[in-house]
Write a protein of this length. Structure first.
Length: 274
């Protein structure tokens, strides 16, 4: 049975849809209030449609339907100052922050029209620098509160393996960024342990979200069939659902995992052991 999260406040980036929305709804269902952040705009190196204002409004509606409070902000995680302002507002309204889910990320697979350096840099800016901004916006509050807490960074199976490498700058950048957040996690686990704040990464295999199911990704798969062949899972499942990741995250941030910190937790249908 998953531990309750009553009285907790969770900051979630990339919360408008996909894994982020699933995390928000799952944690709200366990009693947490939510600070929900998403860019709700298009990044020009990304070939698939990104989340919209309407998507974020739907997350708000689903959390409120569970009788939980939510403060939502349209913020680009690349903008550290704007992100800090959003966290400040959420903390002031909800009474603190106990959980951080640095989930916002992009993948530029299927973008064949942009130059490699722009694709690489944009991916690192969101997937790595955005994570750094997120934790540094919230950690000072968590330390000052003195009530501990939990941080989960969303990495990937690409943060544990280079399988499927195909020479595309988009996949190279995604893989590099997802490895890099593991380094941040390990550093932060050491930094924050004296404050009873735990830090871990979660590593999903392919998840049934708009980042994976879109025309750009299908185009990339058709052009790089060897990549798809390398990306198969060990268990007989092609793709997992967002709630499968949310269930793992809910455990990691709960008191049931109170002594779990500094770990890389795969939720990958056996991908990592093939």
């Amino acid at each position: 049975m998953t531990e309750r999260l009553d009285g907790k406040v969770a900051l979630i980036t990339g919360a408008a849809r996909g894994q982020g929305r699933s995390h928000a709804v799952t944690l709200a269902g366990l009693g947490a209030d939510v600070i929900a952040v998403d860019i709700c705009a298009q990044i020009d190196t990304v070939a698939y449609p990104m989340a919209t204002k309407e998507d974020l409004a739907q997350t708000v509606a689903e959390v409120e339907a569970l009788d939980r409070r939510i403060v939502a902000a349209e913020v680009d995680v690349r903008d550290g100052e704007a992100l800090r302002a959003a966290v400040d507002e959420g903390v002031a309204e909800l009474g603190g922050v106990d959980i951080v889910l640095a989930n916002a990320a992009i993948a530029s697979l299927g973008n064949n029209s942009d130059d490699a350096s722009r694709i690489f840099q944009a991916t690192l800016d969101v997937n790595l620098t955005g994570v750094w901004h997120t934790v540094h916006a919230a950690a000072p509050f968590m330390i000052e509160q003195g009530r501990g807490g939990a941080i989960v960074l969303t990495s990937s199976t690409q943060g544990l393996s280079g399988r499927g490498g195909d020479g595309s700058p988009a996949l190279e950048a995604y893989c590099a960024s997802k490895h890099a957040v593991v380094g941040l996690m390990r550093s932060w686990a050491n930094w924050l342990a004296p404050h009873r704040i735990r830090v871990n990464t979660v590593h999903p295999t392919g998840v049934n979200t708009p980042m994976v199911h879109n025309d750009a990704m299908r185009r990339h798969a058709e052009e790089h069939p060897s990549m798809i062949a390398a990306m198969t899972n060990l268990l007989p499942v092609e793709i997992v659902e967002p709630v499968d990741i949310s269930n793992a995250v809910a455990w990691l941030v709960s008191d049931a995992a109170r002594y779990v910190t500094g770990v890389t937790l795969p939720v990958d249908a056996g991908f990592s052991v093939r």
